[in-house]
Design a protein around this ligand. Sequence first.
Ligand code: SAH
Ligand code: SF4
Ligand code: F3S
Length: 469
Amino acid sequence: MSTREDIIVSDDEMTRQEAFMHSVREMNPEADKKYTISTYGCQMNENDSEKLAGMLESMGYKHTDELEESDLILFNTCCVRENAELKVYGHLGSLKALKARRPDMIIAVCGCMMQQKDVVQHILKKYKHVDLIFGTHNMHRFPELLYQALNTDAAVADVSASEGYIAEGIPIKREHGVKAWLTIMYGCNNFCSYCIVPYVRGRERSRRISDIIDEAKLLGHQGYKEITLLGQNVNSYGLDLNDGTSFSKLLRGLEDAEGIERIRFMTSHPKDLSDDLIYAMRDCSKVCGHLHLPVQAGSNRILHEMNRKYTREHYFDLVNRIREQIPDISLTTDIIVGFPGESDEDFEQTLDLIRRVRYDYAYTFLYSKRTGTPAAKKSEQVSEEIKKARFDALLELQNSISREINSTLAGKQLEILVEGRSKNNISMMTGRTRTNKIVNFKGETGLTGRLATVKIEKTGTWSLDGSLV
Ligand code: SAH
Ligand code: SF4
Ligand code: F3S
């Protein structure tokens, strides 16, 4: 039986990192140094950035949004699509002049991009103003690496090639006060043929169920109302523990986390979504009626080429089984257009699937060639022009479906969790329904963190307007 001790960072090592935190703090006696973190990519990166912020605050650094006044600028990077990488290079380049004016400033780059050797070499060669580089597998060593970077003029680069650890007990400074990310597992075993994540995040490693439940209870105690469980494929949570732990058991185990009103999770891989999980979603009162179930493509030929390990028929069957048990569930998805060799007929199958499933929302991506993945080697790459045309057609179809589904909510009374003032219009408050739809309404700031009932008055493609009942 697997104990998790094999890959959990030892208490001794965590104590060693605490000592480095202490040493960095001593170099900052007034605790007046400032930091900026720019985060790219998925929610797991956002959760990692909250831990990096937590470590920095423990070292006496304060957050700022102003690059000019920062003593440390950290980029937590993503490489899932080329665009994400280009943005990082652009921002790094633009810091050269600032670093020349403020040589004591530390510029650090971490995250998924740094798990690629050629990227690290490129940065070391072309962006000489970067002081510190580390990857995703050794994030817990940030205090030690920062200490080194503060005490040398040379660039510090530590990109561990290992399969990665699980570090428990890293200090954390969360972005929101109402809802919290909770990473339950790291890595991915699926090797979808277009995707770089398994190469940069390593194999699946599940946290101990007791550590997750303890964290959820602590969050409830601290006043958080909603948790979102994170993993590249949460459906396979626990399999590597070899002790019968499963995702549905975890969901059931989280039901009595006091104070937590809502539980969400992402992402679910259709090949691993079991009836057990559907029943757990149905039975657990805190688990919200929303499922993000990326389909990626609607053609069986492309699904096979993508190494997704399911067919459209299997997917339809799954959606039917879910809707049978949880009729009001909202469904969202990810779709890639322009996978190598995708023909007009293949794309038509994707549109057809969208018309049949009728998602509440779909995240659509232009296929991006990622060096090192099997799909990048395929000769029949689709032209940018065709990709763009398919993207636009898909968006138009999906938007009309989203609008139609949302319009059926007009006049209904729905429970929302109030998240605070709307960023787009500060005269309005904003919250989400259990199905994850944004509702804007007029109300007091003091409602933040409360469950409220709103009557839906106006519906749009991406959000709803309502009034308190
Ligand atoms: N583990 C999750 C999400 C991973 S990344 C899952 O399996 O669903 C988020 C999304 O990015 C993916 O669902 C996919 O739609 C998209 N994506 C991944 N690699 C891509 C690539 N090379 N080009 C375009 N989109 C990509
Ligand atoms: Fe990438 Fe597929 Fe893993 Fe998702 S399941 S992270 S798309 S390899
Ligand atoms: Fe990007 Fe890494 Fe997430 S590649 S999508 S930040 S796991």
